[in-house]
Structures are given as structure tokens and as C-alpha cells.
Design a binder for this molecule. Structure first.
Ligand code: UDP
Length: 480
């Protein structure tokens, strides 16, 4: 809070309006854009009043350093950073006590809804950059992160919404702006699930229990409005394919397939309903073919009343034909078996040939390696001048590689050392060196993790993920 001498005489005018023209229970205008970063798995740019926030979500991806991995779930990492130009008096770059605290409480605000147990050994990284600050940046960042997580297709039980209330000129007001934050009596940020369960609650200043009660009522109202904005933005971006499906179904109605039910519009239902919906969708996909056939048959039965009778007659005829041809079928099966055996023999032959080829290749490799051992001594080089150049350049290359590797290892050790000292909230953005090391030694492990993770991920895709247009997605799986 800055010096009281700069304080405007009144923060709330006699007609109950605040300096920016809002009433006590109004939030600042909010604007959200989804998928603004092509290299992130999910991203969001959010403006709330004069706050400007950018969020990038990466993951689930293999967690580094490895000791951070959890065998039973993903680790969620949240990094709040304030750009030095985001505030009036230049903010000091790098982590501060304030940014570490905000990162911690914000991460905890998301932990109850992110289904981290689906992605063991991975990390879900949320990077927040405050580009312009005007009070309420942590709440703005949480709202933006919620959208970015949904954009990344991270399975969540629901969205998280955040808003603050405070006390200004003795009045409880919603969503403080900079002046109100600076000169007001209290600031009380809250985050909640879409069912109203509180996942973040902080207080700066003094409030009576009654004031808190009143403030929480205001915050509930504010969060509801924000949730509606979040949902509207997500619908606008991801619901289009479902609308197309609905149209298609409507078209077929004219042709008589009335049995098909139009898919219900995307709804942010309660937690259980969201999971149920995802499971149903998976089942629906399997049944789709069957469903279509049933629809056709039913439509036919409606049009021709004798259809059922006809069907019975056909079945009987089929049974008769089957009886006659039982012997033929048995013969055909015997023939098939004989053929299969032949194929098996062929397969065995192929395998033997492959093994032979493998052995030859191994022998060649052994010979190649042996040729190194029998390499001429330096004194022999004088006689073998043209070879000398080749050999020495190879040696140089090898030396360079091992130097580079040693350097990378040293860097990695240094990095690990720093990580150990830093608190878990101050995790550094994945440094270049780490990804390089990955390409040298850890690609197979990473692929293995992906292979483990992907089927699970499909099972639990949220509604926004299901309808996502792959062409619009960021470079998900950038490490592949
Ligand atoms: N602020 C600033 N310099 C700083 C930190 C914060 O000018 O180093 C301003 C900024 O506008 C921020 C406001 O003070 O939005 C309130 O900060 P607070 O710590 O209450 O967090 P916020 O309300 O942004 O979540």
C-alpha cells in the first residue's frame, strides 16, 4: 500500500459509483482469447480491466528433473511471473517472495480439479506472465490458467474461477482495481470450483466476520459471472463440430430416421456428469455402426408392416440352406487349415532367413569394431598418408563429441543443484540443455511414458477436448 497522501478524497462517490464507474457488486470487463501460443499445449490471453495476462500450459509431459516425478500422479507446477514493465515502478525480474507465494497458492487452487492421477511420472506446467498489472493479477491469472488447461485438454473435474472482494471507504466491493487495492482497507482474493467449493482464500487487511460473509456472497456472484464468460469462450471455440453433428442428424430426420437422437449441447455439468459424459461418448462411438443399422431396419419395419414376416421367412430359408451346406463348410474349413499350415511353414522359413541376416549384420559389426582395434600405430601413419587425414579427423570428432557431452553433463548437474536449493515453486522453465540431453539419452523413456499415458488420456478427455479441431491445436507432444 502506498502513502496515504496520494489517496483520492473518495474512492466511492455519493451515488455509490466507484472511480471506474462500477457499482460495488460489479466486476471489471473481461476479454479472453484461447490458443494464442502455437508452441504450448494450451494457452490463453486474458484482459481484465487493465490487467493483461498470458498463460501457457505444457503437458502432461515427462517430469524433469526425474526426482520430481510421482509414481502415482502428475506433478502440477505453476509459475507466476510479473514482467518488469508490467507495473509503474519497474518490477525486479526473477522470482520474488510474492511471486513464489502466488505460484504456490494458485497451484493449490487447481489441484482439487486436475485429474493428475491419470498421468503418473509426468508434469503439467502452467506458466503465467503478467504483462500489465492493475490489481487482482493472481485472480486474473487463475481464470486464464483455467482456460489454458482446458485448451490443453487436461482432464479436469471442472473449471476454476477466481475473483477478489475488498473493503473500500468502509464498503464491501467486488474485484478491486489498483487505486482500491492501494488505498482500500482490505483485499480478499478467492478461487472456487464451478460447484462453489473454495480452493483459494487469502486476506490482506482487516475485516469483521460479517464483512467476510457479505464479501463471500459478492465473490460467489462475481465467480458465477466469470464462469459464464469462461464457458461462453470455450463453447465458441470448441463447440462448433458438435453443432455440425446436430445439423447432420436433423437432415436425416427428413429421410425417416427418427430414432436418432440429436446430441445434447455441450454443458458444463456437475463433476460426475462430466466424467460420465466422456465415458458415454466412448461407448457411443463403438455403438455408432450398430445404431445406424438398427435405425435402417426400424425405418423399414415402419414402412412395410409385413417386413417382420418376411424376415422370419428369410431366416428359415437361411437355416435350410445352412443344413444342406454343412458338409461343404466342413470341407472348406479342412482345406483352409491345410493352407494355414502351409503359411506357417512359410513364416518359419522367413524367420530363419531374418535370423540369418541378423547374424550376418552382427558379424559385420564385430569385424568393423575389430578393425578399430587393429588400427595402425601413429608411426605407421607416415606410410599411410592418405588414411592419416581421415583417421585424425574422426578422432577429433569423437573428442569434440565427448567434450560436448561432458559439458552438457556438467550443465545438467549444475541445473540439478540449483533445483535442489530452490523451492519447488520456483521451478525454472525447461532450459535448452535439458531438452538437448533428452534427445541424446532419454528419448526412449519419454516415448514409453507417452505410450503409457495416451490411452488413459483418451479415456478421460473432457468435453472441450473431444470436440477440439486438431488442426487448431498447438504442438501437443512437442517433444516427440
Ligand atoms: N504491484 C506493483 N509492484 C509489485 C507488485 C504488485 O506495482 O512489485 C501492484 C500490481 O498492480 C498488482 C497490485 O500491486 O496488481 C496488487 O498486488 P497484490 O500483491 O495484491 O497481488 P494481485 O492483487 O495482483 O493479485
Amino acid at each position: 500500500m502506498s502513502s496515504m497522501s496520494d489517496k483520492p478524497e473518495k474512492l466511492i462517490t455519493d451515488d455509490g459509483l466507484r472511480l471506474d464507474g462500477r457499482r460495488a457488486d460489479e466486476i471489471r470487463p473481461m476479454k479472453i482469447e484461447i490458443g494464442v501460443l502455437s508452441r504450448a499445449d494450451g494457452s490463453c490471453y486474458l484482459e481484465w480491466g487493465r490487467n493483461k495476462i498470458l498463460v501457457g500450459v505444457f503437458g502432461p509431459r515427462e517430469a524433469h528433473p526425474r526426482r520430481m516425478q510421482r509414481a502415482d500422479s502428475a506433478v502440477i507446477r505453476y509459475k507466476y511471473n510479473m514482467a518488469s514493465f508490467s507495473v509503474e515502478d519497474r518490477a525486479r525480474p526473477g522470482p520474488s517472495r510474492r511471486s513464489i507465494e502466488i505460484s504456490k497458492v494458485s497451484r493449490e487452487a487447481f489441484e482439487p480439479v486436475i485429474m493428475a492421477e491419470l498421468f503418473p511420472k509426468t508434469a503439467i506446467d502452467i506458466y503465467v506472465e503478467v504483462l500489465q498489472a492493475d490489481a487482482g493479477t493472481r485472480t486474473a491469472a487463475i481464470n486464464a490458467s483455467s482456460i489454458a488447461l482446458a485448451d490443453a485438454g487436461i482432464p479436469m473435474k471442472g473449471l476454476i474461477t477466481s475473483c477478489a472482494f475488498g473493503k473500500v471507504d468502509g464498503q464491501i466491493v467486488l474485484d478491486l482495481n489498483k487505486e482500491e487495492d492501494n488505498y482500500g482497507e482490505a483485499d480478499f482474493p478467492v478461487a472456487m470450483t464451478q460447484d462453489g467449493e473454495i480452493t483459494l482464500m487469502q486476506m490482506d487487511g482487516h475485516l469483521t466476520p460479517d464483512e467476510i460473509k457479505k464479501g463471500l456472497e459478492l465473490v460467489k456472484k462475481g465467480c458465477k459471472e466469470i464462469l459464464e464468460i469462461q464457458q461462453a469462450v470455450l463453447r465458441k471455440k470448441f463447440e462448433t463440430p458438435i453443432e455440425e453433428t446436430v445439423e447432420e442428424v436433423t437432415d436425416t430426420e427428413d429421410t425417416g430416421n427418427k430414432v436418432v437422437e440429436a446430441e445434447a449441447p455441450l454443458e458444463y455439468a456437475s463433476e460426475a456428469a462430466v466424467v460420465e459424459e466422456a465415458l458415454e461418448e466412448a461407448e457411443e462411438l463403438e455403438e455408432e455402426q450398430l445404431c445406424e443399422e438398427t435405425v435402417e431396419t426400424d425405418a423399414l419395419a415402419e414402412e412395410i408392416p409385413e417386413f417382420e414376416e418376411l424376415e422370419d421367412i428369410i431366416k428359415e430359408a437361411e437355416a435350410l440352406v445352412e443344413e444342406d451346406t454343412v458338409e461343404d463348410v466342413v470341407e472348406a474349413e479342412i482345406e483352409e487349415e491345410a493352407l494355414e499350415e502351409g503359411t506357417l511353414e512359410e513364416d518359419a522359413l522367413e524367420e530363419a532367413l531374418e535370423e540369418e541376416a541378423l547374424e550376418e549384420a552382427l558379424e559385420e559389426e564385430a569385424e568393423f569394431e575389430a578393425s578399430f582395434e587393429a588400427a595402425p600405430e601413429p608411426e605407421d601413419f607416415e606410410e599411410l598418408e592418405p588414411i592419416e587425414e581421415e583417421v585424425s579427423s574422426e578422432v577429433e570428432e569423437v573428442e569434440f563429441d565427448s567434450e560436448e557431452l561432458a559439458y552438457e553433463e556438467a550443465q545438467l548437474e549444475e541445473e540439478t543443484g540449483i533445483e535442489e536449493v530452490a523451492s519447488e515453486e520456483t521451478f525454472e522453465p525447461e532450459p535448452e540443455i535439458e531438452s538437448e540431453t533428452k534427445t541424446i539419452t532419454e528419448v526412449p523413456a519419454e516415448e514409453a511414458v507417452k505410450a503409457e499415458v495416451e490411452p488413459e488420456e483418451k479415456k478421460c478427455e473432457g468435453p472441450w477436448k473431444v470436440v477440439k479441431d486438431p488442426s487448431e491445436s498447438g504442438s501437443r507432444g512437442e517433444n516427440e
